[in-house]
Design a protein around this ligand. Structure first.
Ligand SMILES: Nc1ncnc2c1ncn2[C@@H]1O[C@H](COP(=O)(O)OP(=O)(O)OP(=O)(O)O)[C@@H](O)[C@H]1O
Ligand SMILES: O=C(O)C[C@@H](O)[C@H](O)C(=O)CO
Length: 340
């Protein structure tokens, strides 16, 4: 598989592009936001979380994005640097723009919601000129977040990054990462996410996210019929080598070009909140892929990583080390636990 190629001479394993934000997670859990008095601040934004997960597992990781010229922007940059993530392509935006905020409400382990403040955010000001060809070509894989396609100029910057990745044989990994905030309408989601999905080597999404890419708004008939096998066929017929469909607490499925299909369950957790599951899953899954592992092992590590993060208060801070994932695999007597 092209994605698992070692890439001699490459300085980075994974380069992520998209939003760098702040999560403000409610401290008083099991209470509505209206009654929440205090929050803990963490670095957030789905691609940031995935990059942090990957770096913590040992991938050489970099980021292309824009942060606000204020305390929040500096907090994010410092955090990435402490995680040894290359911030050479993290640009400080012009003064006056802000960092996106995600306030999380944890009503119960099953009922979580996110209130996003996304007006005037620095991350969507990413410009094509911020995307350096030399940096893209230095990576083995480019991770694209779908939300970065919501507005210009970030949209054009992502298309430029994807174009350069394809030119240099860098694997394009697309996380649909649908967030309703910031998109103008469903036709734009359909149009721009499809354009990237059809150029991607690996696509990650939930069932509802794939549905957004497969049915033009207003159309009743859906080519893929909202069904996983048909979704996989739709994208594997294009550039994708691998399609990963996440089903929350019901696990996940991976489809490879050539017809192989794998299904994975979850590792039961004492769930604090459900958000962050997808990012931790993707970070560990990508780690496995870039380590040349088989897909069932990537799924097991992704699921174990997600189980750890849903049992924690944060997303980024809780991204596990390899040792933590392997301890969990051993506890559950997973066949993928390392032999002692
Ligand atoms: N309650 C849970 N307990 C254990 N593992 C879980 C749970 N929920 C999700 N997972 C694991 O995380 C993976 C991804 O979850 P999910 O489908 O919710 O992703 P997502 O919608 O992208 O998440 P996010 O809320 O971060 O956007 C699942 O396939 C599963 O392996
Ligand atoms: O993706 C975001 O902008 C918010 C995340 O950081 C948040 O923690 C989450 O929802 C992870 O899935």
């Amino acid at each position: 598989m092209k994605i698992a190629r070692p890439g001699p001479g490459k300085a980075l394993d994974l380069l992520a592009i998209g939003r760098l934000c702040i999560d403000l997670n409610a401290n008083e859990i099991h209470r509505p936001m209206e009654e929440t008095r205090s929050f803990t601040k963490y670095v957030g934004g789905s691609p940031a979380n995935i990059a942090i997960a990957a770096a913590r597992l040992g991938l050489r990781t970099g980021f292309i994005g824009r942060v606000s010229d204020d305390q929040f922007g500096r907090f994010i940059r410092d955090y990435l640097e402490r995680e040894r993530i290359d911030t050479g392509s993290v640009v400080t935006d012009r003064p006056g723009t802000v960092t996106g905020l995600a306030f999380t409400e944890i009503l119960s382990p099953e009922q979580c919601s996110i209130l996003m403040y996304r007006e005037g955010v620095a991350d969507l000001n990413l410009e094509p000129a911020d995307v350096a060809e030399s940096q893209i070509s230095s990576a083995r894989a480019l991770l694209v977040s779908g939300t970065a396609l919501a507005r210009s100029p970030s949209r054009e910057a992502v298309f430029r990054a994807v174009e350069l990745a394809r030119k240099h044989g860098v694997a394009v990994m697309f996380d649909i990462d649908f967030r309703p905030y910031t998109w103008a309408n469903a036709a734009e989601i359909y149009t721009y996410c499809r354009l990237v999905a059809e150029k991607s080597d690996v696509i990650f999404g939930g069932r509802e996210e794939f549905d957004l890419l497969e049915r033009f708004p207003g159309e009743t008939a859906q080519p893929a019929g909202g069904e996983d096998d048909a979704t996989a066929r739709e994208w594997l017929e294009r550039s994708a080598e691998l399609v990963v469909i996440k089903h929350g607490g019901r696990g996940s499925k991976a489809y490879a070009r050539g017809g192989s299909v794998w299904q994975a369950g979850i590792f039961p957790a004492q769930v604090v909140k459900t958000f962050g599951a997808g990012d931790s899953f993707a970070g560990a899954f990508i780690y496995g892929l870039l380590s040349g592992w088989d897909i069932p092992r990537c799924l097991a590590y992704g699921s174990a990583s997600a189980s750890i993060v849903v049992s924690s208060h944060s997303c980024s801070d809780a991204m596990p080390t390899l040792e933590q994932i392997e301890q969990l695999l051993a506890k559950h007597q997973s066949p993928y636990a390392p032999k002692s």
